[in-house]
Design a protein around this ligand. Structure first.
Ligand code: AMP
Ligand code: MN
Ligand code: MN
Ligand code: MN
Length: 284
């Protein structure tokens, strides 16, 4: 099954509207799709309605920013009730610190001679409550400071670099509970991207499970094939369901397009088996 359960629209740091993403997913052969904007669900109705009009099966989705053991971790939520008040309040609170963080990022960049980064980044933002590092990265590419967004992150936006600001996101347990209490399934996003020691990584999966988390991304645009094998083994070890998602943001920045991923290893249980009742099926 060609499921793609992770991507971003203009509601967070993607460059396409939810409707255009649904169309691109359909054109690329996706059979089950979720839009997972960072800390936001305001694109979900458009995603659902466009998917329905295209005959594309759909699950609700989001990607919540969490702080665990001093690192940022992303938790994908799938198949929750998009009208759940506690989830909406939790996402609203999680988005809350982004503007102030952006002010501090701009000050850090100004200190190394890059003036006007906040104003520049805001020119790329469509949702004023969701300014992200990606928007700064696009501005620094288009203004000629770097060649591509990866170079911007490496030189300016990761821990230890001038535009990086320590930030406290949601606690892991809160994010998992918001998703689960809204009827959804919580999934650890792209585990291969975090810089944890093996002990910290073990703690992440143990605590995630203890809070009610059920899934892990195994096949994602952020994983090498070696990462996918490693996390396939870990999904089995921790008895977690496996998810698959491109993490598509834009056609010229993302390594993997919607629906263009390897299959999940056959020995894993796909997360969509547990989500069958939550899938909005389309007639076509
Ligand atoms: P934020 O939520 O503002 O911290 O921004 C995180 C986003 O930045 C991620 O979701 C990615 O879209 C993007 N990102 C993180 N690291 C990189 C990188 N090395 N290269 C390009 N984009 C990145
Ligand atoms: Mn992103
Ligand atoms: Mn992520
Ligand atoms: Mn993502």
């Amino acid at each position: 099954m060609n499921a793609d359960l992770h991507c971003h629209s203009t509601v967070s740091d993607g460059t396409l509207e939810p409707q255009a993403l649904a169309q691109r997913a359909r054109a690329n052969g996706v059979e089950l799709w979720a839009l997972t904007d960072h800390d936001e669900i305001s694109g979900q109705q458009r995603a659902r309605d466009t998917a329905a009009s295209l005959g594309l099966d759909w699950l609700s989705g989001t990607e919540i920013s969490v702080t665990f053991a001093g690192h940022t971790v992303h938790i994908v939520g799938l198949g929750f009730d998009i009208d759940d008040a506690a989830l909406s309040a939790g996402l609203h609170a999680t988005r809350g610190g982004r503007r102030q963080r952006a002010d501090e990022m701009a000050r850090g960049l100004a200190a190394v001679g890059i003036a006007g980064a906040l104003e520049g980044a805001l020119g790329y933002v469509s949702n004023p409550s969701l300014i992200s590092r990606t928007h700064f990265a696009r501005h620094l590419v288009d203004s000629g400071v770097c060649r591509d967004t990866h170079e911007v992150f490496r030189r300016f936006l990761v821990d230890g670099k001038p535009g990086f600001v320590e930030h406290r996101w949601a606690p892991l347990g809160d994010a998992v509970r918001w998703i689960t209490a809204a009827g959804g399934v919580a999934v650890v996003a792209h585990p291969g991207r975090y810089k944890f020691t093996p002990t910290e990584e073990y703690a992440l999966f143990s605590e995630f499970k203890a809070h009610g988390g059920l899934g892990m991304e195994v096949v994602t645009g952020s994983h090498s094939s070696a990462d996918a094998l490693k996390y396939a083994d870990m999904a089995l070890e921790f008895d977690l369901l496996a998810s698959r998602g491109s993490d598509f943001h834009s056609h010229d920045e993302s390594r993997i397009d919607l629906g263009q991923l390897p299959d999940l290893p056959a020995r894993l249980t796909p997360v969509w088996e547990a989500l069958q009742p939550r899938i909005r099926r389309s007639p076509a």
